[in-house]
Write a protein that binds this ligand. Structure first.
Ligand SMILES: [Zn+2]
Length: 136
């Protein structure tokens, strides 16, 4: 059986890139191909790649002088090509302090200590209150 022009689907060029989009509704005047839809929606992988870590410290371009790992010298964020390789790279201090690891026992002990302190305070408060009440 030969296909006739009574089929309900037509092929329309994508309104953005011109790629032929098959299976469009008979009355469709505009079509957007799957590629352009993805481009509009934005593929997650693309978003991930927008941030490229430079290995430079935050605010390096405000520094009077910053020497990159490869020896590129920057003055206030502007590259100074003639100084490249003449200075030692600026040492980037790690921002995060190494977290002191507490053992489970230590955590429990600390918690207990705090509880005891709170209790002590509460008792003292009560004492003060009672002393006031009866005029010691
Ligand atoms: Zn397209």
């Amino acid at each position: 059986m030969k296909e006739t022009n009574t089929n309900t689907y037509v092929t329309i060029p994508c309104q953005k890139c011109g790629r032929l989009v098959e299976n469009c509704g008979e009355h469709a005047v505009k079509a957007t191909c799957s590629y352009c839809v993805l481009a509009i929606v934005g593929m997650p992988e693309e978003k991930k790649n927008t941030y490229v870590p430079t290995g430079r410290p935050a605010g390096w371009h405000w520094m009077k002088e910053f020497v990159d790992k490869d020896g590129t010298v920057y003055h206030n964020g502007k590259e100074v090509p003639k100084l490249k390789g003449t200075l030692p790279p600026t040492k980037v201090k790690p921002k995060k302090k190494p977290a002191k690891r507490r053992t489970k026992e230590q955590i429990l002990l600390d918690r207990n200590k705090k509880k005891k302190e709170a209790l002590k305070k509460a008792r003292q408060k009560q004492k003060d209150f009672l002393n006031h009440q009866f005029g010691d």
